[in-house]
Design a protein around this ligand. Sequence first.
Ligand code: NAD
Ligand code: MG
Length: 400
Amino acid sequence: MSSLSNARPQRVAVLGSTGSIGVSTLDVMARHPDRFEVVGLSGWRRIDELAAQCCQWRPRYAVVPSDAAAVQLRALLGPAVSEVQVLVGERALCELAADPDVDSVMAAIVGAAGLAPCLAAARAGKRLLLANKEALVVGGGLFVRAVQEGGATMLPIDSEHSAIFQCLPADRTRWPDFIDHIVLTASGGPFRTRDPASFAQITPQQAVAHPNWVMGRKISVDSATMMNKALEVIEARWLFDLEPARIEVVIHPQSIIHSMVVCRDASVLAQMGTPDMRVPIAYGLSFPERIESGASRLDFSQLAGLSFEPLDATRFPGLRLAYEVLSGAEGDSVVLNAANEVAVDSFLEGRIGFPQIHAVNVATLGALAGAGQPPASLDDLLDLDARSRVVARGQVSRLS
Ligand code: NAD
Ligand code: MG
């Protein structure tokens, strides 16, 4: 277990610093300049934003996707910020994640693209702040074993999993006896009450307009289809070592209760707060302490009420896929995640309609579920991921 000294700042690498979680992470750290030091940042698209972050934080390393992006970043930084070493590509992300001068890695890359750096951080025994849920969905048991064998500490950043983690005893060996089951809350997204007959007309703009949270585009679409909750069920299975039957989902439109633990004695522990990712991020950064996050406090006099409703499986067919892959072959989660990444991209590009996201996921699983050997290495996982993307793209072409 990595320990953090109070005497020196915690040295943090933020992978995906230009995204929604990355920006919120830097916002929390900026509130505690004595407590945190940024060793490395990475961004794949908004290089101007990455340059602004480098000017503010003066990290030792900045990682970009290509030589062209490196030239662009160097030009934006100019001679005044010469101390930042600009590195290129996935291997550089992995090296940064495992760098001896890094204590904590914020994994805020979106998609399976974040798996290799997450594994590198896990094997190097880092404190791993996991926002990148797809990495755990794809990595599964291999990822969990890498964390254990590397002596890393994995702290959930996803708000639901942070909520569960905050309700559980610090001593993990007590979890099996403590937990009866867990309840993940889901807001229901932007289409909770929309007539499903009109789902074919949903535009990307409508799908990314989440009622309670401001997030990246991919997770916003996942929230609209409920695939986000499907990925979170799989994530919870690995984070808390729970069989799927002990992971329940309930719709809670206000997003005030972030999730709940139902204990052995039927007592229910819930974690609450305003919907602001800086709360779970601050908890991950400061665990086991608590620090100011910048989030506003809940005002109970203004809360109109907290409501709950069962999830409508006809409206949101994606959720059941999580339970299907968890009861299927090892590797089926890889297929589902890859299909969904392709389908969401295709929807955002206007190639397929909203209901077809689910159709692509089902067809890809139908073609590949249970196929081949259980993945035993990162290469096996990436190979299955690549094969699944080919099949999913074929499905997209068929539908578009
Ligand atoms: P985002 O799209 O806003 O940011 C993604 C970041 O990853 C950006 O910095 C981008 O440049 C980088 N990136 C994109 N593709 C990459 C690639 N191929 N290789 C390396 N870097 C790449 O996404 P986000 O909303 O910040 O979400 C990040 C992760 O956190 C996702 O896995 C998401 O599910 C999870 N998460 C997000 C929220 C939220 O509120 N945004 C909440 C819970 C969990
Ligand atoms: Mg979540």
